[in-house]
Design a binder for this molecule. Sequence first.
Ligand code: ASC
Length: 144
Amino acid sequence: MKLILTAGLAALVAMPAMAAPGGAERQHAFKQVLLDFEPMGLMVRERDPYKKGAFIQHADALKLAARQPFTLFPPNSIDGKSRAKPEIWSQPARFAAEKTRFFAAVDALDTVARSGDLAAIKKSYAVVAQSCKSCHDSFRGPER
Ligand code: ASC
């Protein structure tokens, strides 16, 4: 009996953490992506010195970080903090195609990072940035 009560209480306490994710969770996850994407951007724009090892570390981390936000788009998860457009859910194949293209671009950047070929890295970085923009143009609404 005591065990059942304890388990019940634990489930109740855990509920907020288990609530469906919304805009705030997605925005946090996308900000984590920028923590790796922006330092690479500074290097490809030659605002910071290019360092092969640091660039590879960011490219490795980006591969993991880039996947995370896309686990946080369950149906009916537009809330007050969300810029997600309803088209994400009404045109799932188009959204999935953007996601697939983004992951492919991020994976290609990680591969080319290992070459240390800065000209090739710049091109690959631009493909990732274009993928961000393409998805935002179709599926991200204005700030609210
Ligand atoms: C960024 C950022 C984006 C993309 C996009 C690329 O650094 O925050 O949303 O790149 O602007 O065009």
